[in-house]
Design a protein around this ligand. Structure first.
Ligand SMILES: [Zn+2]
Length: 128
């Protein structure tokens, strides 16, 4: 295979296309292009629920990074209950919004780390 798993991971962690390493994946902050503008790899797979995966990763991160520390602080009486609730709600939403592009590329990464042979660069070997 031309592109190894390590390369897929390093590219995706920095928000780049796992196939070509370019920045052509994003249409805007919340949307992927249907295809990468650099290498034309298909990014939007209707049947596989990329976006559902994105929001699930967001929830898990929000719970680990925001909700759990706030619960601990509230239990320890470091912050008031309503302060904690407010920070928890605002913090979780902010976290998901700010990290959304990364979450999108991480969902794509998790897919191609499992099936690296489905990258176009890894399937066109035979032709050249
Ligand atoms: Zn690409």
């Amino acid at each position: 295979m031309k592109i190894e798993r390590v390369e897929i991971i390093t590219r995706s962690l920095s928000g780049r296309c796992p196939n070509c390493g370019g920045f052509g994946m994003f249409k805007n902050w919340f949307r992927l292009n249907k295809r990468c503008t650099d290498c034309d790899m298909q990014l939007e797979k209707e049947e596989s629920g990329f976006y559902f995966g994105t929001t699930s990763i967001g929830y898990v991160l929000a719970i680990i990074i925001v909700i759990i520390p706030i619960c601990i602080l509230a239990v320890l009486d470091k912050i008031g209950m309503w302060t904690g609730v407010t920070i928890g709600i605002v913090g979780s939403i902010l976290l998901c919004v700010l990290l959304y592009p990364l979450l999108l590329s991480w969902v794509i990464m998790s897919y191609f780390v499992v099936c690296p042979q489905e990258l176009p660069e890894n399937t066109t070997d035979a032709k050249d």
